[in-house]
Design a protein around this ligand. Structure first.
Ligand code: NAD
Length: 420
C-alpha cells in the first residue's frame, strides 16, 4: 500500500506511537529512532506540551560569546546556532569594542502595536468616532490583563489610520500596548479581540483581523560603539568597514546580507533564550524597509580621531515571561547566565550583540577576506562529514587548506588514507 501522510488522530497519539508511525513512513532504523527519543536537556514531556505532534527533540550547539562590555557591565552571551564562526566572531568583535569602553545601548521601552482591521465602513467619521472612544477602548483592553496592568503595563493609546487596499479603503485601529517583560503577542491579541465588537458597534463596520504587528517600531533598541582604529587593524580597515556599510546603504542586495550578519548574533541569543525569533526577523526586515527602500540596520562611520563609530537601531520584541522563555529549562539557564532582570535589558543586549556581530563580519570582509577563515571551517565540516575522527581531523584540514582543494571527495580520500 502506498504510504500516506494523512494520519487521522496523529495529534492524539502518545509521542512513542507517533514516532512509530513516522518510522514506518520513512523506514527509520532502530538507531535513528533511539536518537530521536533521546532526551537531552529538553525532556519529551515538556516538548510535547510546547508544540503539536512531537516525535522527539533536536539538540543544537549552545555556545558562549565572551568579552561583552555593555553599558559598563560585563556579560557572557549565550548563543545557540548551527553556523560555525558566529560565536568566535562575536567574541572577537566584542573584544575590539572594549578599547573605548564597550557598547552603549538605549531603548524606547516595551511598546507593541495590535491591529484591528475594519471594513465596510459607511460612516465617513469612523476614524473620529474611534478616537473619541479612546478611553473606553483602553479600558476594555486593560480589563483583559489585570496582571500586565499590575506590573505597570497595559493598553496606553489608540491610533487610527485609513488605508487604501486592493479591496478598497479600510480603517485600521492600532492599540498601543506596554507589554512590560512579555514578548506580548498573546497579550495584545487578546486585547484586540476584546475591543473589536466595541469598534464594530460605534462605527457600523465589520472587523476581520485582530492581531499584533511584528513591525514593532515603537519597541526599538539602539546600540552604539566607538572602536579604536588600532583595535580594528588601522585606519585603512576603518575605511574599508565604512565603505562596506556605504555599499549596503546604497544596494539592497548587499543590505540583505549585511542585515543577515546582524541577525546571526541576534537570533543566536533569541534561540538560547527561547524567543519567537521569526517575530524578531520579521520586525527587523520590515523596519529595514520602512522608508520604502531596504536599508542596513546599522551605520558605520569614521570620527575625527580616525576611530570607527557604529550604531544600530532595530525593533526587538523579546520577553522573559511567557512563550517558551519560562518553559524551556535551558532558556531559563541562558537568562540566568545573562543576568537580565527585564525584557528591555535583554532586548538591549541583543542589539549590542547584533552590532558586534556586524562589526566582525564587516571587518572580516574588509580586512582579511572572509574566505580564509571560512574555508578552514568548511574544510573541518567536510572532514567530519567524511568520517574523520578527532585525532585526524586537524591534519586533514591542514592538507585540504594547503592544497586549496576543499572538497568532499578529497576529504573522503584523506580519511580513507589516514584510517587505513
Ligand atoms: P504570554 O501570554 O504567555 O505571557 C504574557 C502574559 O504574562 C501577560 O499577558 C501577563 O498577563 C503575564 N505577565 C506576568 N508577569 C509579567 C510581566 N512582568 N510583564 C509582562 N507580562 C507579565 O506570552 P506573550 O508574550 O503575550 O506572547 C508570546 C507568544 O505569542 C510567543 O510564544 C509567540 O510565539 C506567540 N505569538 C506570536 C505571534 C506573532 O508574533 N505574530 C502571534 C501569535 C502568537
Amino acid at each position: 500500500m502506498a504510504k500516506s501522510s494523512r494520519i487521522p488522530g496523529f495529534y492524539k497519539l502518545p509521542v512513542e506511537e507517533r514516532l512509530k508511525k513516522v518510522a514506518e513512513f520513512a523506514n527509520l532504523t532502530e538507531e535513528e529512532i533511539e536518537l530521536l527519543k533521546k532526551e537531552g536537556n529538553l525532556n519529551l514531556e515538556i516538548a510535547d506540551r510546547m508544540i503539536e505532534n512531537v516525535i522527539g527533540t533536536m539538540a543544537y550547539p549552545f555556545g558562549i560569546a565572551t568579552n561583552f562590555l555593555i553599558n559598563g557591565k560585563e556579560y557572557l552571551i549565550p548563543m545557540v546556532i548551527e553556523e560555525p564562526s558566529v560565536v568566535a566572531a562575536a567574541s572577537n568583535a566584542a573584544k575590539m569594542t572594549r578599547s573605548k569602553g564597550g557598547i552603549h545601548t538605549s531603548s524606547t521601552g516595551p511598546i507593541m502595536i495590535g491591529q484591528i482591521q475594519l471594513v465596510d465602513v459607511k460612516d465617513p467619521y469612523a476614524q473620529k468616532r474611534i478616537l473619541e472612544e479612546k478611553e473606553e477602548i483602553i479600558k476594555i483592553a486593560n480589563e483583559q490583563d489585570p496582571v500586565l496592568v499590575k506590573f505597570g503595563g497595559g493598553a496606553k493609546d489608540v491610533e487610527v489610520r485609513v488605508i487604501d487596499s486592493p479591496k478598497g479603503p479600510m480603517v485600521i485601529t492600532h492599540l498601543i500596548v506596554d507589554v512590560r517583560d512579555a514578548m506580548g503577542a498573546n497579550a495584545v491579541n487578546t486585547m484586540c479581540e476584546a475591543v473589536a465588537p466595541f469598534i464594530e458597534g460605534i462605527t457600523g463596520g465589520r472587523v476581520y483581523l485582530r492581531i499584533i504587528s511584528n513591525l514593532a517600531d515603537k519597541r526599538l533598541v539602539r546600540a552604539r560603539t566607538v572602536v579604536d582604529k588600532e583595535a580594528v587593524g588601522g585606519e585603512e580597515v576603518v575605511d574599508g568597514i565604512v565603505s562596506a556599510w556605504a555599499f549596503a546603504a546604497a544596494d539592497p542586495y548587499r543590505a540583505a546580507t549585511h542585515n543577515k550578519g546582524i541577525l546571526n548574533g541576534v537570533i543566536a541569543v533569541a534561540l538560547a533564550t527561547g524567543q519567537d525569533h521569526r517575530a524578531i526577523e520579521a520586525g527587523a526586515h520590515a523596519y529595514a524597509a520602512k522608508t520604502g527602500k531596504y536599508m542596513p540596520l546599522t551605520t558605520w562611520e569614521k570620527n575625527e580621531d580616525g576611530d570607527l563609530v557604529g550604531t544600530l537601531e532595530m525593533p526587538m520584541a523579546v520577553g522573559i515571561v511567557g512563550g517558551a522563555t519560562k518553559v524551556h529549562p535551558v532558556a531559563r539557564i541562558a537568562l540566568k547566565i545573562l543576568g537580565v532582570k527585564t525584557a528591555t535589558e535583554l532586548a538591549e543586549i541583543m542589539g549590542a550583540v547584533g552590532l558586534a556581530q556586524n562589526l566582525a563580519a564587516l571587518r572580516a570582509l574588509a580586512a582579511e577576506g572572509i574566505q580564509y577563515g571560512h574555508m578552514r571551517l568548511h574544510a573541518r565540516n567536510l572532514a567530519m562529514m567524511a568520517g574523520a575522527t578527532p585525532e585526524i581531523v586537524d591534519k586533514i584540514v591542514e592538507i585540504m587548506v594547503r592544497e586549496r582543494k576543499i572538497r568532499y571527495d578529497r576529504a573522503e580520500e584523506l580519511v580513507k588514507q589516514f584510517l587505513k
